[in-house]
Design a protein around this ligand. Structure first.
Ligand SMILES: Cc1cc2nc3c(=O)[nH]c(=O)nc-3n(C[C@H](O)[C@H](O)[C@H](O)COP(=O)(O)O)c2cc1C
Length: 140
C-alpha cells in the first residue's frame, strides 16, 4: 500500500548485514517464494486482519515460516498489528515484532538481532540447513 513494510525490511537488512555471519535476503512475495526458512513481514488490514495476499501466500508456503513481523498503525487501537497475532497463533511461530508504520530504530534492532540469532543457530547445526531469509508481503 504505502511501502512501510518494504522500508522496514530494507532497514533491517542493512543493519543485520553489518553483523559478520548474518546474510539476509529480502524477497517481495508477489514475485518470489523463499526456498528455505524465512521471517515474514506483513501489514495489517481491515479490522486487525491478515491481508488477503499474505493469507494466500501462507496457505501454500508456510513450511519455512519461522517468525512474523506485523506492521500496523497505533490508530487501530486493540487491532494494532493484529495480523501478526493471527499468524503467530495459526502457524505456531513467534511474533518477533509489532511495528507502527515503518517502525523505529529499536524495532530494527530487535528484528536484526533475532535474524542474527537464527543465523547463528543455523550455523551451529551439523548439516546444511538453509540460510535464514527475510521476506515480506505487501499489496502496494
Ligand atoms: C484500509 C486500511 C485498513 C487498515 N487496517 C489496519 C488494522 O486493522 N490494524 C492496524 O494496525 N493497521 C491497519 N492499517 C494500517 C496499515 O497496516 C499500516 O499503515 C501499514 O504500515 C501499511 O504497510 P504497507 O505500507 O507496507 O502496506 C490499515 C490501513 C488501511 C489503508
Amino acid at each position: 500500500m504505502t511501502g512501510n513494510v518494504r522500508r522496514f525490511a530494507a532497514g533491517v537488512q542493512a543493519l543485520a548485514e553489518g553483523t559478520p555471519g548474518t546474510r539476509v535476503e529480502v524477497l517481495d512475495l508477489r514475485k518470489a517464494v523463499p526456498s528455505g526458512n524465512f521471517l515474514l513481514m506483513t501489514y495489517t488490514f481491515g479490522s486487525g486482519g491478515v491481508p488477503e495476499t499474505t493469507a494466500r501466500f501462507l496457505a501454500e508456503h508456510a513450511a519455512g515460516l519461522r517468525g512474523v513481523v506485523s506492521s500496523g498503525s497505533f490508530h487501530w487501537g486493540a487491532n494494532f498489528g493484529r495480523a501478526g497475532d493471527h499468524i503467530s497463533e495459526r502457524y505456531g511461530v513467534p511474533l518477533v515484532a509489532r511495528i507502527n508504520k515503518s517502525g523505529t530504530a529499536a524495532d530494527r534492532q530487535t528484528v536484526a538481532a533475532w535474524l542474527t540469532e537464527q543465523c547463528r543457530n543455523t550455523l551451529a547445526r551439523p548439516t546444511g540447513f538453509e540460510d535464514m531469509r527475510s521476506a515480506y508481503g505487501t499489496l502496494d
